[in-house]
Design a protein around this ligand. Structure first.
Ligand SMILES: C[S@@+](CC[C@H](N)C(=O)[O-])C[C@H]1O[C@@H](n2cnc3c(N)ncnc32)[C@H](O)[C@@H]1O
Length: 465
């Protein structure tokens, strides 16, 4: 059988809300402890929390970022359990296809989604060498506590014992999980089957930690202190797991976390000291920090008040300055900017290495609206630029309609608007990343030997003087 990747094959029983265990086979409320003393609160269980997270992504199309706030299911967890639950959910979603391959060999029927998710999480743990006994027992106990599905606890036990015997040896050779069809089909059209397979392999490998130094000339010294590598673009890369806030230089604001690809748009813009620069969709502010560090007079604008708080925090930590405006960019009417950076809202499909939940929390239905918003933002940004000004448009998307096509159409709509290949002659940028209309296509499978990069599309547009 082919297990679902899978939307709502089950009936009833909200995933992850199985509640306290009742004796199997009864729907009567348990009145036996009516007079009993209040039970001590049970320690939150990271596996149950991971189940709740995965269910909410697959079944309710919520992103892990939405779910990981203080009021989310990990709110009561200590940092270690929180990290474990988050890792289990993230890695289960990253490897869904591989896990389903292992499970399919032992399942004759499609289990209901809550049980399938328990099986997937346990299979991930078994495949990556957790103690089999504890994993299987915990999964069986979890299924036994699902009022509608507890009859499947025997099946859960049998399947996972078989999985435990083979999964660790098979795991390294299983092909990467395929992207869901809604995304895979357009990407195969754009980049070919081999290109998409290479991207899927990059998604399976995950992402290292990249930092942007506040002072680019200090990169080599900082790399030595942080045991990091300096990348061809000047970012630092750390391959081991670390706690970011404990790294040297965090409190002093010597650097900020930013994928190497995400750091390229502000470099391309090349803000000069004293220039008036608008960062048009700015939060949480990685690019605002780069522009401010270059000495520009920066206005950071974003529609989200909550997200702009992150810009304020980041500016305070790094000791950099920018004006912050909370507004819809389409209503913002201050003109005369020397340069504008437009990091437009998009499908974020270039960041799947870091956010493997994204393809499962979407179905592509919002992309049409995003494309319309992006082209409206490009036109509005051009109307705010001074004659001769520069606009960098970028999206962290792998879909050409959110990148190459946007810029080709903007060039057609605005006579005199141009791209210049000389603008792309920067350290670390490779000639075959340059696109026909004069932008840059970055993909997760680029720099494969260095640990990859996020997918991005970036173009610098010059307004006629
Ligand atoms: C890709 S994120 C920006 C990331 C940011 N540039 C950085 O480097 O940290 C896109 C941002 O656009 C904002 N946004 C969406 N629609 C907007 C609009 N109409 N006007 C202004 N900001 C908008 C979102 O709140 C989100 O913070």
């Amino acid at each position: 059988m082919t297990p679902p990747s899978g939307k709502r094959p089950h009936r009833g029983g909200r995933p992850g809300r199985s509640g306290p265990a009742r004796p199997a086979g009864t729907n009567q409320p348990d009145r036996s402890n009516r007079q009993a003393k209040p039970r001590p609160e049970r320690r939150p269980d990271p596996r149950r929390a991971a189940h709740q997270l995965v269910s909410s992504v697959i079944d309710e199309q919520k992103t892990l970022a939405d779910l990981l706030g203080r009021t989310g299911p990990l709110g009561r967890f200590d940092p270690a359990d929180r990290a474990r639950a988050q890792r289990l959910a993230t890695e289960t979603l990253r490897h869904l296809g591989r896990l389903d391959t292992l499970l399919a060999e032992h399942l004759s029927h499609m289990p209901p989604l809550p049980v399938l998710i328990t099986l997937r999480i346990a299979t991930y743990e078994l495949a990556t060498s957790e103690a089999a006994h504890g994993v299987v027992n915990s999964a069986v106990t979890h299924v036994a506590a699902m009022p509608r599905h507890n009859r499947l606890k025997g099946m859960t036990n049998a399947v996972l014992r078989k999985v435990a015997a083979t999964a660790p040896s098979r795991w390294p050779d299983l092909p990467p999980s395929p992207l869901p069809d809604w995304l895979r089909a357009p990407l195969v059209m754009a980049w070919g089957e081999a290109g998409v397979v290479a991207m899927e392999a990059a998604h399976a490998r995950g992402a290292p930690l990249d930092l942007t130094p506040r002072d680019p000339s200090a990169a080599a010294d900082m790399a030595q202190r942080l045991e990091a590598r300096v990348l061809p673009t000047g970012n630092l890369r750390i391959d081991r797991p670390v706690q970011v806030s404990r790294l040297e230089g965090f409190d002093a604001g010597e650097w900020w976390v930013q994928d190497a690809a995400a750091a390229i748009p502000a470099r391309l813009l090349g803000a000069r000291p004293g220039e008036k620069v608008l960062d048009m969709c700015a939060a949480p502010g990685g690019k605002t920090l780069q522009l401010a560090a270059a000495g520009a007079e920066v206005t950071a604008l974003d529609i989200s008040a909550a997200r702009t708080e992150r810009i304020t925090e980041n500016l305070a930590r790094t000791g950099l300055g920018a004006e912050i405006v909370v507004a819809d960019a389409l209503d913002f009417d201050r003109t005369g900017w020397d340069a504008i950076l437009l990091d437009a809202p998009c499908s974020a499909t270039g960041t799947i290495r870091r956010h493997p939940d994204l393809p499962h929390a979407q179905d592509g239905s919002r992309i049409g609206d995003l494309i319309a918003l992006q082209s409206g933002l490009i036109d509005h940004a051009l109307s705010l630029l001074r004659p001769g000004g520069r606009l960098v448009f970028c999206t962290c998307s792998l879909i050409p309609d959110e990148g190459e096509v946007q810029v080709a159409e903007a060039l057609a709509r605005h006579p005199g608007l141009s791209t210049d290949p000389a603008d792309l002659d920067l350290p670390g940028l490779e000639a075959d990343w340059i696109t026909q209309e004069g932008g840059l296509r970055l993909r997760p499978d680029h720099w494969a030997g260095l640990g990859g990069m996020d997918g991005f599309y970036i173009a610098m547009l010059r307004k006629p003087a």
